[in-house]
Design a protein around this ligand. Structure first.
Ligand code: NDP
Ligand code: KPL
Length: 349
């Protein structure tokens, strides 16, 4: 593939994901502007550049950075990289900066295009699924901890020139980036994997250690199944990535298939320097609200609409809220409580 022409890009949300992708694109010669509500981060980028640290490579790029109220101008290409609970506010704030026939790419976990379509018009919104590991470390610095899947696609699956152009750009960050006709298949799979990550994050165990615990295997498998039953009822064809094999959690799959996928997820996470999920970091380190409603909330809501029960997911959402509010502590006993729901769930199945 020949290197794409230098392009002018706006990255809205310059944290772990936006910062990493943006830094690589600047290094590849693109004209990237960052926008972020974290004023100290914006200031640090302006003064010392954006630093990428961690086991993959370390480098600093000089970059333009603004808070939303300072920004002027319009862009044909905008990457939205905020947490999913900030999507609506960010979508409204960035709308005046997206040209009439421009494209907004949601590079987030969750079904964010569904929130952005009414704000920006469906024809301007593309989806992207990412599973590389990164963390905002301190103002001006982001850790890139582990490579992972990067996927881009139009919502209707067409391989348009703009989707191909964006794919070529993303390949300058992750050479194995995929242009997919089924971006919602990936986003739903990430909700399945995300449910497992949320469960690991109600304990203090790292992702790999938590997913490897024999006592909790059945619980994780049932959680994955709940999400994928909803996806199947919605008519989605979920896609595999980084050890998460959706077929192993679909109706009719054997226990051993699910356990094999769990083992592969453990192996994938063992390789990453990101030991704990962003969810755990929000709860334990940054002491702030998580994306739980903007991710697992979708699963429960779609489940209710489609008549698919999601009792474990729903209880997990409540537990995460209790943790956010300081009414519960991070502990393996939270998973014991969720495991207590299994006999009733399995009796019904
Ligand atoms: N980090 C990871 O390893 C992975 C993350 N993801 C997903 O990628 C998405 C981005 O996550 P991540 O990069 O980790 O999040 P971060 O919190 O690191 O970065 C988001 C940045 O956006 C800022 N922000 C919040 N609201 C707005 C707004 N309205 N306008 C502009 N900036 C805003 C945040 O500021 P403030 O902090 O002050 O709110 C923060 O600096 C999420 O959906 C996440 O689930 C997916 C795979 C892996
Ligand atoms: C753990 C990770 C990177 C998925 O591998 C993630 O999506 C998160 O931190 O929320």
């Amino acid at each position: 593939m020949t290197a794409p022409e230098p392009q002018r890009l706006l990255i809205w949300g310059a944290g772990a994901i936006g910062g990493c992708i943006g830094a690589y694109l600047i290094r590849a010669g693109h004209d990237v502007t960052f926008v972020d509500v974290a004023a100290a981060h914006v200031q640090a980028i302006r003064e010392g550049g954006l630093k990428i640290v961690g086991p993959i490579e370390e480098f600093t790029v000089q970059a333009l950075a603004f808070t939303p109220d300072e920004l002027e101008g319009q862009w044909d290409t905008v990457l939205l990289c905020t947490k999913a609970q900030d999507t609506e506010a960010a979508g409204k704030a960035l709308a005046p900066h997206l040209t009439g026939n421009g494209m907004l790419v949601s590079v987030q976990n969750g079904l964010n295009p569904l929130i952005l379509n009414p704000i920006l018009g469906k024809e301007r919104v593309l989806g992207s699924f990412v599973n590389f590991g990164a963390d905002y470390l301190e103002p001006g610095t982001v850790t890139y901890s582990g490579r992972g899947a990067v996927v881009i696609g139009e919502q209707d699956g067409e391989f348009t020139p703009r989707a191909r152009r964006m794919h070529a750009l993303l390949c300058q960050f992750e050479p194995n980036a995929v242009l997919s006709p089924n971006i919602y298949g990936y986003l739903w799979s990430k909700l399945g994997y995300g449910a497992l990550l949320f469960a690991t994050a109600v304990t203090n165990d790292g992702i790999a250690d938590a997913l490897a615990r024999p006592e909790d295997r059945e619980l994780y498998i049932e959680l994955g199944r709940e999400v994928l039953r909803v996806a199947a009822a919605e008519g989605v064809r979920p896609e595999a990535f980084n050890g998460f094999d959706p077929a192993a959690f679909m109706p009719g799959a054997s226990e051993s298939q699910a356990r094999a996928s769990m083992d592969e997820m453990v192996a994938f996470n063992r390789k990453s320097a990101k030991t704990h999920s962003g969810i755990w970091r929000d709860l334990a380190v940054r002491k702030r609200r998580t994306e739980v409603d903007a991710q697992l909330g979708w699963v429960v809501e779609f489940g209710q609409r489609l008549g698919v029960p999601t009792p474990i997911t729903a209880r997990l959402v409540e537990q995460v809220h209790e943790l956010e509010d300081g009414r519960r502590e991070l502990s393996r006993s939270n998973l014991d409580e969720l495991r207590g729901l299994l006999p009733a769930v399995q009796g019904r199945a």
